[in-house]
Design a protein around this ligand. Structure first.
Ligand code: 5GP
Ligand code: ZN
Length: 112
C-alpha cells in the first residue's frame, strides 16, 4: 500500500520522532501550524477514525495513554489540543489515522 505514514512507521521515510513503542509512533509534523505540532499514529494502518472497530480500538487507547507523556516531554503544561480529521469534509489529507497534538500557543476558541 502506498501510504506515507506506513512508510514513516516502518522507517522507510525519515521523521523527527518524539515517542515510539511497539504499537505507536509520534513525530513532528513536517508543516507545523502551531509552535508544537506533533502527529501520533498507530504503526498498523487504519484509514481514519471512521474505521475504528472493537478489534483495533486498543490502538487508539494506546495513543491516548501516551499523550500525557508526549505532551509533558513537549512542555505543554498549560494545555493543548488533539485533533483528528476524517474524510473529505473533515479535510483529511493523509489516509492513515493520526492525531494532531497542537500547542505552545493559546488555541482559538472557535474550531471551524
Ligand atoms: P491531515 O490534513 O490529514 O489531518 O494531516 C496530515 C498532516 O500530515 C499535515 O499536517 C501534514 O503537514 C503532515 N504531513 C504530510 N506528509 C508528511 C510527512 O512526510 N512527514 C511529516 N512529518 N508530516 C507530514
Ligand atoms: Zn498507512
Amino acid at each position: 500500500m502506498d501510504c506515507i505514514f506506513c512508510k514513516i512507521a516502518s522507517g522507510e521515510i525519515p521523521s523527527k520522532k518524539v515517542y515510539e513503542d511497539e504499537n505507536i509512533l509520534a513525530f513532528h509534523d513536517i508543516n507545523p501550524q502551531t509552535p508544537v505540532h506533533i502527529l501520533i499514529i498507530p504503526k498498523k494502518h487504519i484509514s481514519s477514525a471512521d474505521e475504528i472497530t472493537a478489534e483495533n480500538s486498543y490502538l487508539v487507547a494506546k495513543i491516548f495513554e501516551a499523550i500525557p507523556e508526549i505532551a509533558k516531554s513537549a512542555s505543554l503544561s498549560n494545555g493543548y489540543r488533539i485533533i483528528t480529521n476524517i474524510g473529505e469534509d473533515g479535510a483529511q489529507t493523509v489516509k492513515h489515522i493520526h492525531f494532531h497534538l497542537m500547542g505552545g500557543v493559546k488555541m482559538p476558541e472557535k474550531m471551524a
